[in-house]
Design a protein around this ligand. Structure first.
Ligand SMILES: NC(=O)c1ccc[n+]([C@@H]2O[C@H](COP(=O)([O-])OP(=O)(O)OC[C@H]3O[C@@H](n4cnc5c(N)ncnc54)[C@H](O)[C@@H]3O)[C@@H](O)[C@H]2O)c1
Length: 437
């Protein structure tokens, strides 16, 4: 890809479209509003509090990322969304129970105005929930056209100059890439014939991309990770990225595993189990939805540890992931990891991680950063898969034939170097020989 010759200014409002007004998206919107009102801090967001070093270590140039690249301001964000339930964003946030009532009360008037548009939904893809706020149409193509209308209506009524979509809907049942996903033409035919391999999230993706709206996928479903949508993204000059927000246990894995590998420590096994009680956990009780999540969670260690290159360290590694729906826990998940490592002469050791995390608190700043960075990429003319945003995903999308980079520290370097590259600054290699001349 060529370096952007110029980046368009972030003028006017940025409309954020969210399929799925559940725990993550309402925590994100409530948080943006609390920060805008000066009542809270955007902790966890690189775009809001991260800095970027430019030039040599002796140059002392480390501007805030939001000052270095032209990002939309929080005050310019405006929100819309779809859900199968009719609850407005306040009611939905109250149901999700992530934020405490005192915080929610402060943003009640704002959240109450965000009412979900009717969803394109297919019970076959999310078996354990059902709702009344659903579009009707002859076939999937008609539903996709209705989503396109929603997007244009939102564009008009919100007076946004630019839009971004971020899928925050439930995890859908596992589907493999098929022939119908291979080209835009076959994809349209498949929508018209109600092909079972066309998931609702793909309809939102198709509608967004063909409307010139960038799309981020926060769930492990394929969604934009199919050749048909990628070709359309290319043809319509639209930026896309995915998939599956990297939070909780997988975030920990991609922090710890690169450390073991860097020190050439072996790994015999990694057993991960979770209890969670939110709606996401309920959906993941269904084996189809769990399989989609499992695939996303399992691939991480293989890629980071490269057992083919280090068979003596990782060739026999056993990796298991369990998710258990346990309602009393709500959104406050607990994830246990038992890690069996070995060191010098093969002597075994164990590490136990017990992460009492808050899923949506970790996911909300990711949504914010993705929205702002995708909008930036779009204004810089960067179309198709944005691999530099891998930092935020459990299963990063890559060009065909390229393996994904899962190591959080490589991903972070890649993200920052991409920002430097966009602005014509020197890339930072950390070589540093010049300090010793
Ligand atoms: N840390 C995290 O919370 C985290 C991490 C990684 C991925 N994710 C993914 O993000 C997504 C959202 O998570 P959540 O905790 O907010 O879940 P949630 O269940 O609280 O919210 C999802 C919402 O999507 C709605 N929905 C389902 N199908 C829809 C459709 N076709 N159109 C419109 N709306 C639809 C549901 O009614 C629900 O309100 C899930 O797919 C989850 O797996 C979350």
């Amino acid at each position: 890809m060529e370096k952007p010759s110029k980046i368009g200014p972030a003028k006017g409002k940025l409309g954020v479209l969210l399929p799925g007004l559940g725990a993550v998206s309402t925590t994100f919107m409530a948080g943006v509003e609390l920060v805008r009102k000066g009542k809270s801090q955007p902790v966890g967001s690189l775009t809001q509090i991260g800095t970027i070093r430019l030039g040599k270590r002796t140059d002392a140039r480390s501007p805030l990322i939001k000052k270095f690249v032209p990002l939309a301001k929080l005050t310019d964000l405006t929100f819309g969304g779809w859900d199968i339930f009719k609850d407005n964003a306040y009611q939905s946030a109250a149901n999700a129970g992530v934020l405490n009532p005192q915080d929610l009360e402060k943003v009640k008037p704002f959240l109450s105005t965000i009412k979900p548009m009717k969803a394109a939904f297919d019970h076959d893809f999310v078996k354990l929930i059902d709702g009344p706020n659903i579009k009707k149409g002859k076939n999937k193509y008609e539903l996709a056209l209705q989503i396109k209308d929603d997007i244009e209506n939102f564009r008009k009524t919100s007076r946004a100059s630019r839009l971004v979509t971020c899928w925050c809907g439930s995890t859908e049942s596992f589907v493999k890439p098929e022939e119908v996903h291979s080209t835009p033409e076959k994809f349209i035919e498949a929508m018209k014939s109600n092909h079972p391999a066309i998931a609702p999230s793909m309809l939102y993706a198709w509608a967004s991309v063909t409307s010139g709206v960038p799309f981020a996928n926060g769930a492990p479903n394929l969604t934009v990770d199919i050749p048909a949508i990628q070709k359309l993204a290319h043809d319509h000059n639209v930026a896309i990225c995915g998939k599956d927000f990297k939070t909780g246990q997988t975030l920990m894995k991609t922090i710890l595993a690169p450390g073991f590998k860097a020190r050439m420590l072996g790994l015999e096994g990694w057993f991960s189990t979770n209890i969670l009680g939110n709606r996401d956990g309920e959906v993941l009780e269904d084996p189809g939805s769990f399989k989609t999540k499992e695939e996303s969670k399992l691939s991480v260690l293989e890629y980071i540890l490269q057992p083919d290159l280090y068979p003596q360290l990782y060739g026999k590694m056993c990796h298991k992931v369990r998710i258990n729906y346990y309602p009393p826990r709500g959104d406050n998940k607990e994830g246990w990891d038992n890690i069996d490592i070995f060191g010098w002469l093969g002597y075994p050791m164990q590490i136990k991680v017990d992460f009492l995390c808050r899923d949506s608190i970790l996911a909300a700043p990711i949504v914010l950063d993705l929205v702002l960075f995708l909008d930036l990429a779009q204004r810089a003319g960067m179309r198709g898969i944005q691999e530099w945003l891998s930092f935020y995903f459990k299963s990063p999308m890559t060009a065909p034939g390229l393996y994904p980079e899962h190591d959080l520290f490589i991903q972070s370097m890649k993200l920052k170097n991409t920002l430097r590259w966009m602005k014509g600054e020197d890339l930072i290699t950390h070589l540093g020989q010049e300090y010793y001349d």
